[in-house]
Design a binder for this molecule. Structure first.
Ligand SMILES: [Zn+2]
Length: 285
């Protein structure tokens, strides 16, 4: 059965860029008769805050989304990630690394086989710089890929890629629908999935919402909370328009749930743009 997830990082409130990903993943999942889960990727403790996790969950409710199952919050599953790491250490599938960012600039990591007992945990990968995307077709990266992927940093943080791959396997995700900013990490995640003998997934990358200066709309760029800027209905219509969907029959006076249901009825996946766009070009404010 088709299953996907919407997986925001709660380092701020839900902004328009995240809403576009939520609407895209939601329509794709429901149009396939599949499930969609909500996952909060809050393992980067210095950046993520519990209050943002709660506000994202609440904002999505106000916006009319209904997810299958209760929200999955990564920080509540640290034992799961640690147990997986322990098994990988014991089976010698990963290794401890003493390299620093500065030392890696001078020479490549050669810690594998040195049997260090502490440091960052890494896994050797053989990533291919291309993959097939169900929306964009074959994607080939222009730069070479690193050979080693960090699973756990020396300061104890579980890496984004490791947690993401473990959770996708655990949740039975069949297709990953997300913003195009994650295209670059996809080959590494695919290689990790292979290395861990997990089931392969399909990919569907959505266009990004860009600021007027061409930068991605993000918390780092101080993107505003979408529901502070406009009503839930206006936000949904704007996101649907951004995704190339026909919004002529949808009305701001309708409930958000109704707007999403109507959008699903007339959802045309082929209309979703393949390139990222500036939101100013939508003509709405
Ligand atoms: Zn190293």
């Amino acid at each position: 059965m088709y299953a996907t997830r919407f997986a925001p990082t709660p380092s701020g409130r839900l902004h328009f860029g995240s809403l576009v990903a939520a609407v895209g993943a939601y329509l794709r999942a429901r149009s396939m008769g599949g499930k969609i889960y909500l996952r909060l990727e809050d393992l980067d403790f210095p950046r993520c805050k519990k209050e943002y996790t709660q506000s994202i969950i609440e904002d999505l409710k106000i916006l009319g989304f209904s997810f299958d199952d209760k929200p999955y919050i990564q920080s509540e599953h640290l034992d799961f990630y640690e147990a997986k790491l322990k098994a990988l250490v014991e089976s010698k599938k990963c290794f401890y690394c003493h390299c620093t960012r500065a030392s890696l600039k001078v020479k490549a990591c050669s810690c594998e086989g040195q049997n260090f007992k502490d440091g960052a945990l890494k896994i050797a990968l053989n990533a291919k710089p291309y993959f097939y995307d169900n929306h964009l077709g074959t994607i080939t990266l222009k730069h070479s890929l690193q050979d080693n992927l960090t699973l756990k940093r020396s300061d104890g943080l579980i890496s984004y890629n490791f947690a993401c791959v473990l959770d996708d396997e655990l949740m039975g995700i069949t297709e990953i629908v997300r913003g195009s900013d994650l295209i670059e990490t996809t080959p590494l995640q695919i290689a990790l999935i292979h290395a861990l003998n997990f089931k392969a997934q399909a990919y569907f990358h959505l266009p990004l919402a860009l600021e007027e200066n061409g930068l991605k709309l993000s918390k780092q760029n101080h993107a505003k909370a979408v529901l502070d800027e406009m009503s839930a209905q206006e936000a949904l219509l704007k996101a649907l328009k951004f995704l190339g969907q026909n919004t002529d029959t949808l009305q701001v006076k309708d409930k958000p749930e109704v707007i999403l249901a109507c959008a699903l009825e007339q959802f045309l996946e082929a209309k979703i743009p393949k390139v990222s766009q500036k939101i100013a070009n939508l003509g709405t404010s």
